[in-house]
Design a protein around this ligand. Structure first.
Ligand code: NI
Length: 139
């Protein structure tokens, strides 16, 4: 099995805030991430597809096609947006990296097979900062 990854980038604003809680409890649990007037991150998104190479091309997936797919389906909907307010698939959800990575998986997983005969989505890794990242493998 060969694992092929593509990294894309976006900037977005958010806050971590549970509307069911008081302002004080949000501040206690989320600290400065609950700041009412938002804060931003430079996110890196790494999408990994696994499979055996197509005997006709030697590719598991064409990385140019994968890049175009990620940009069109995900990056354009997130870049320079407010995750809490602007992003349709994040409506009503907590704007954490963990939530975001699961939603990105739901979008990309069925799309991968439209551009690759041999590859399936293996993992999504989302860096919120160079030191903090989350990963999702679909379960
Ligand atoms: Ni944050």
């Amino acid at each position: 099995m060969v694992y092929v990854s593509r990294k894309e980038h976006f900037n977005a604003a958010h806050k971590l805030y549970n509307p069911a809680w008081s302002k004080e409890k949000n501040a206690e649990v989320f600290g400065p991430c609950a700041n009412e007037n938002w804060h931003g991150h430079n996110f890196d998104l790494i999408v990994t597809v696994k499979g055996m190479p197509d005997p006709e091309t030697g590719f598991v997936i064409d990385l140019k096609k994968l890049s175009t797919l990620i940009r069109k389906q995900v990056i354009e909907r997130l870049d320079h947006k407010n995750l809490n307010l602007d992003v349709d698939f994040m409506q009503g959800k907590l704007a954490s990296c963990e939530t975001l990575v699961v939603e990105i998986w739901k979008i990309l997983q069925p799309e991968i097979k439209t551009i690759s005969k041999y590859g399936v989505l293996h993992a999504i890794r989302l860096y919120e900062t160079p030191r903090n990242y989350v990963e999702y493998f679909g379960e």
